[in-house]
Design a protein around this ligand. Sequence first.
Ligand SMILES: *[C@@H]1O[C@H](CO)[C@@H](O)[C@H](O)[C@H]1NC(C)=O
Ligand SMILES: *[C@@H]1O[C@H](CO)[C@@H](O)[C@H](O)[C@H]1NC(C)=O
Ligand SMILES: *[C@@H]1O[C@H](CO)[C@@H](O)[C@H](O)[C@H]1NC(C)=O
Length: 753
Amino acid sequence: MRILLWRALWLLCFAVLWRDTEAQLRYTIPEELKEGSVVGNVAKDLGLDLSEISNRKLRIASDSGKQYFSLNLRNGELLVNAIINRETLCGQSASCVLPVQVIIEDPLQFYRVEVDIQDINDNSPSFLSDTKNIDVSETTLTGARFHLEPAQDADVGSNSLRTYALNKNEYFVLHVKNDNDGTKVPEIVLQKALDREKQSIHHLILTGIDGGDPARSGTTQITVKVLDANDNAPAFEQDLYGVKVTENSAPGTIIQRVKAIDLDDGVNSEIEYSLGSLTPEAIKQLFYIDSDTGELTISKSLDYEMSSTYKFDIRARDKGAPVMEGHCRVQVNVLDVNDNAPEITITSSPKPVPEDAPAGTMVALINVKDLDSGVNGNVTLDISPDTPFKLKPTFSNHYALVTDSQLDREKFPRYDIELKASDAGSPPLVSSKLVTVSILDVNDNPPVFSENVYSVYIKENTAPGSILASVTASDLDTGENAKIVYSVLDNTQGVPVSSYVYINSENGSIFSMHSFDYEKMKVFHVIVLAKDHGSPPMSSNTTVHVFISDQNDNAPAVIYPPTSMGSVSHQRMSRSAKAGHLVTKVTAVDADSGHNAWLFYRLAEATDASLVSVNLHTGEVRTKRAVSEHGDSSQRLLIEIKDNGEPIQSTTVTVDILIEEGVHEPISDYSMKSTENNNKKNGKITLYLIISLGTVSLLSVLTLFTLIIYIYIYTHCKKCGVSQNTTIKQCTFLIIHAPLNDGKYGIITLIFT
Ligand SMILES: *[C@@H]1O[C@H](CO)[C@@H](O)[C@H](O)[C@H]1NC(C)=O
Ligand SMILES: *[C@@H]1O[C@H](CO)[C@@H](O)[C@H](O)[C@H]1NC(C)=O
Ligand SMILES: *[C@@H]1O[C@H](CO)[C@@H](O)[C@H](O)[C@H]1NC(C)=O
């Protein structure tokens, strides 16, 4: 507006002044000259001397307020005073002339100078805005045109806008339309289908180019925003998700986050997740997917042993119209956890084993199993140590329980074997089972007597049928093998023991069958056999030494002095016998022994007790004093002999002593007694020797005689022989003959025959 106003004013002034001027000058300068640039020499062109310049006061005046020019007063050159911008002064008009009034005084003259301002290309084309946004649907068809603002260029003519250029791109091309008024209007034309998902924004640069030389240009940035259409289905990041979940994971555990991407924009890319429409109900109960986040969780704990894998589809749907959807597949692998303890099964229950079973005898069959897999299900079976059993693996997870060494029921009648199965999981799970194996008895132990040798002492004369001794044997075996029968073994020679004792076969009590007489038998031995009922039976024996102890069952028997006519013994004694004279000596014996046979002699009664005494131990009867001249010629003594037994047994002997006159005993005093006794004894021995020799001689004669008879009979018998018609005479020979064959005893037999 201002430019236009100035221009109007100028034209007005110019018209007024024009009439008063005679000549006019015209200069042509380009715009934008520097200050001080010479436009032209006004003085010279007006024909003025240099002196006139100052004398006539040459000066210039401008119509407008602004002085674009100045005058050099020394040489009269018109100079550019201020930079002249054509566009400011004249706008788009094709010509631009600045009038300058030149004034000279004396005389006053006006000259009109026109300075034609030539356009130079000092303005670039420009757009109203630097940026321009265009929204284009990605479904827009090719060929569609989009109108753009034309560029402006302040310059005129050839310096004004001449053409447009668009940066090279594959989607849009430039088309310039010439409007009716000659304005060049740029348009962009879609030449290739858009894809927002490929490129949602296209940046284009439109350049307006003028016709100057050099040309100037101006640009605007065009932003083409591609609007979304729901032309993309959601796509999962992975077609297949492999998920590993340990069994027994808590319900609610997120096992996977699936993600689908929808290349579209806005609601077209908003995704809802769900399980595939054909998912079985069972899987729907186990798995849950969050429709917004795509988090896959488990609704229940998974059990590896029930199923180790699950496969299903997940669907992603966008919210565009129409709805588009995508799918992916999920494979859930359940990882085993050691949550099952091994199980021990006794497939064949243990049988009782005889104790003599050889090592390796099978006792039971055992089976282990573990529902877990891999190492968690790898079970090892162990047996409690210190048992004579071992496990023998048969085939996978089957074992035979066999004996490992010799058994002995007497030490261990049964075994409680602990079987322990443990898997290789971490931590391992363990289970155990108790197997009881009983050991059967075998008759491997003989009965054993409580003592090696029994010694018993019995009194003689005990009643038959009383218990002599009781032996007991025990047998470590059991049942029939331990049932013992006692018996008495007969000795091979002599009187069989079984004839005087018998044994209770069940309890081992030995009974007597007789009463025993110590005086006949002092000791005997019973061999007792204990035999069990096993098969084969086992036995052992022991010896019972039975010692018979003496009882005082025998009264003393008087062997001297000999008694005739009852129990009276007659002794003689001389009246002249002095004190201490040995009248007689009573000698008794007792069949018992020990103190039962210790004898004591005592004078029980006497005609004159003051005359004789009896030695308590020796039984010697001696006079205590000399016999009185007129005393009785006959003395009767009753001597009692007692033993030391319990009860005491005694006997008596009556000795009659006849006191004779004048009979002189050769030994009358005690000191000579033993010599006399010795002599008497020697005499007796001599007598006995004579008798013996006589007897032997007689026997020899008899033997000789018999031999002669024998030889006679023998030869006679040889001659006649023994025929069937044996006569009594011959028979006599035969009877005599038979014992003769038996040797020397035959002789005696012959004699007696
Ligand atoms: C089980 O354990 C044994 C001994 O440790 C080993 O030899 C075997 O290979 C294992 N088996 C499995 C299936 O792991
Ligand atoms: C053995 O048995 C007999 C007869 O039954 C009995 O008299 C005896 O006292 C028993 N012996 C023992 C030691 O029990
Ligand atoms: C008694 O036992 C011993 C071994 O203790 C044996 O030598 C003997 O033959 C047995 N006697 C009998 C008669 O069985």
